[in-house]
Design a protein around this ligand. Structure first.
Ligand SMILES: [Zn+2]
Ligand SMILES: [Zn+2]
Length: 345
């Protein structure tokens, strides 16, 4: 669990890096798609061109035309003279709340958001193309028709409550619409099933756009987003490398410390061995010699069997069984003529 903090940080960073990388690549493909999308002229022969294609469709094209409802358009709730084909009504609450850091900050909360839409076409004087599933488009430019902010009148209780926790500042009502007559660029799949042209969400997964911007401005807008994703990808990638570097340094230092510990342990062992060699009695009778090396005197008592059969040097390599009776060794004691003390390496 030495690296738990680093592993967690690396995990979170990798997820963010992956998300940004994916967004960047997606945006890159989207830009390439828009740049390569063929701009089709809205003219009477267009339907025949599309019908003659395989599966009666062009996978990714751009068309430009003005918005017109097929049936009755939606009338703005704020201005009876404005009609459109998509309407977005939002109700937001503005509050002042104490943030986690302890200071008061303005926040907004969406209370309600409603979309209304009616079937519509993009048309010019010569022909028209019906737009399907407009609400599923990746970019849908709507015009703000009305934006009202109503400040709230707090009661005495609200004042007291607000002093400690949350104060409501008011509610904001917004109406946005895709107005009739707006000149729109639609980029998507153009198909013809014999009953008119239809622009829809591409079945090959490419993004679907309905924007008031010309194509060059749309590309610039997408490119700005791509730049942000690229920057975030680089930042998270860099942070990941730094965390990895910290982990590698941590591991390397730990390794060096262990190697030094091992070395000093071996040096200590060697000097102990040397010391034992110097003080040992050279004239050991055969019956008192270690059964393993047959040179040094018997110095270790093995427990629980109680055999005194090996020297201290050989005992380092013998940890499981007594070489005489094969009993399991549970403990070793250093045996001298004068005293018996616990033995440890
Ligand atoms: Zn020995
Ligand atoms: Zn034994």
């Amino acid at each position: 669990m030495d690296y738990l903090g680093e592993i967690l940080a690396l995990g979170v960073d990798s997820i963010l890096f992956g998300i940004c990388c994916r967004l960047y690549l997606k945006q890159n493909n989207a830009i390439k798609g828009v740049q390569n999308a063929e701009v089709m002229d809205m003219k009477p022969g267009l339907e025949d061109i599309v019908y003659s294609q395989s599966q009666h469709k062009l996978p990714y094209v751009a068309i430009r035309g003005s918005v017109k409802a097929i049936g009755t358009p939606i009338t703005s709730v704020n201005n009876q003279n404005i009609t459109g084909t998509i309407q977005k009504l939002s109700l937001k609450e503005h509050i002042v709340a104490r943030g986690s850091a302890g200071y008061w900050a303005d926040q907004e909360r969406v209370i309600q958001q409603v979309y209304n839409s009616v079937p519509f076409v993009l048309q010019n004087s010569q022909t028209s193309v019906e737009v399907l599933d407009a609400l599923r488009s990746d970019i849908l430019d709507l015009e703000t028709i009305a934006d009202h902010f109503e400040p709230s009148n707090p009661s005495a209780f609200d004042h007291i409550w607000g002093f400690f926790c949350v104060r409501q500042r008011g509610v904001q009502r917004t109406e946005e619409m895709l107005r009739e007559g707006t000149y729109v660029t639609g980029i998507g799949e153009l198909s013809s099933s014999g009953d008119g042209l239809k622009l829809q969400v591409p079945s090959n997964g490419s993004p679907f756009y309905l924007t008031a911007l010309p194509i060059s401005s749309l590309v610039r807008k997408l490119d700005d987003q791509r730049r942000i994703y690229r920057l975030l990808t680089i930042i998270f990638g860099g942070v990941g490398l730094v965390i990895f570097g910290i982990m590698a340094r941590h591991w390397w230092r730990e390794r060096i410390r262990r190697m030094q510990e091992d070395l000093s342990k071996r040096q200590l062992e060697a000097s102990r061995k040397e010391r034992r060699k110097r003080v040992r009695d050279k004239n050991v009778p055969d019956s008192q010699r270690c059964v393993v090396c047959n040179v040094n005197p018997r110095e270790i008592i093995l427990l629980p069997c109680g055999h005194v059969c090996i020297c201290e040097d050989c005992s380092e390599g013998i940890t499981n069984e007594c070489p005489v009776c094969r009993a399991k060794i549970e403990k070793k004691l250093l045996h001298t003529f004068h005293n018996i003390k616990p033995y440890s390496n």
